[in-house]
Write a protein that binds this ligand. Structure first.
Ligand SMILES: NC(=O)c1ccc[n+]([C@@H]2O[C@H](COP(=O)([O-])OP(=O)(O)OC[C@H]3O[C@@H](n4cnc5c(N)ncnc54)[C@H](O)[C@@H]3O)[C@@H](O)[C@H]2O)c1
Length: 255
């Protein structure tokens, strides 16, 4: 029996990388239904094939998580169909090329904050609305980053957004922990996903520099290794873990 047997779950950013690996891990741990959410329609379909092969129920939702109306409608649809939402993994995100702080365009700042921070606020708001109606509460895991506690060079807006995710996580944990909703953040180091590779599939120069700077072993983290921690944080095994920022980087950052 899997540790997530019978659960109704959603994953944002499910079309790729950490989200795809986590959808697979959730399916292996027995979730009853998983809602796969992303803006990349083709990518969600590929993830849904993986989940389907594991004989797990799924639905696909081509949704921009920074748009409140679309997120609210998607959450309503999931809960109408399955009765409740037990687990939410708010993981969708973007990255930009490096920029000096004083050269950062307001357009890039706004897109980053909207996609990497406001989306987490919007998703949690509507997840909580539904979780509060359930007798069994719920569990939320948000993807922050090592940049959620230390600055990523040339990435002031990414750093601000990921620090913000940690703040939102603590706020929700403090407000809703006693009402049966747990909320934690994961803070990955450098993970081998399309986000850190160029169009030819090569590691970007920034990724190479980051690896040198933050990885104690010089190794990239595999998305499956992140998914293991997300699965544990979503399971009863972590029942007393709430409001935490769980760094998954092999020991690069110690606080
Ligand atoms: N890869 C790393 O080294 C690393 C390190 C720390 C944190 N993270 C974070 O992990 C999360 C997942 O990233 P990944 O590495 O798997 O990258 P990825 O590019 O493989 O996956 C990100 C997914 O998010 C989706 N997405 C982007 N904007 C969206 C939107 N507005 N609405 C819906 N979906 C959207 C993309 O389509 C993509 O499928 C991100 O939040 C990222 O910031 C990644």
């Amino acid at each position: 029996m899997g540790v997530l047997e019978g659960k109704i779950a959603l994953v944002t950013g499910a079309a790729s990388g950490i989200g795809r690996s986590t959808a697979e891990a959730f399916a292996k741990e027995g979730v009853l239904h998983i809602a796969l959410i992303d803006i990349d329609e083709q990518g969600i379909l590929s993830t849904s094939e993986i989940v389907d092969n594991l004989k797990t129920g799924f639905s696909t939702h081509c949704v921009d998580v920074s748009k409140e109306d679309s997120v609210a409608a998607t959450l309503d649809e999931i809960v109408d169909e399955h009765g409740r939402l037990d687990i939410a993994f708010n993981n969708a995100g973007i990255n930009h090329p490096s920029s000096k702080f004083h050269e950062l365009e307001i357009r890039d700042w706004t897109e980053m904050i909207q996609t990497n921070l406001t989306s987490v606020f919007i998703c949690m708001k509507h997840e909580i609305i539904h979780m509060l109606k359930s007798d069994t509460g719920g569990v939320i895991v948000n993807t922050s980053s090592g940049a959620g506690i230390v600055p990523a060079p040339g990435q002031a807006h990414y750093t601000a957004a990921k620090h913000g995710v940690v703040g939102l996580t603590k706020s929700v944990a403090a407000e809703y922990g006693k009402l049966g909703i747990r909320c934690n953040a994961i803070l990955p180091g450098l993970v081998d996903t399309p986000m850190i590779r160029d169009a030819n599939g090569e590691l970007t120069d920034r990724a190479k520099r980051t690896l040198e700077r933050i990885s104690p072993t010089g190794e990239l983290i595999k998305p499956e290794q992140i998914a293991e921690t997300v699965t544990w944080l979503s399971s009863a095994g972590s029942a007393k873990v709430n409001g935490q920022s769980v760094v998954i980087d092999g020991g690069g950052i110690m606080r």
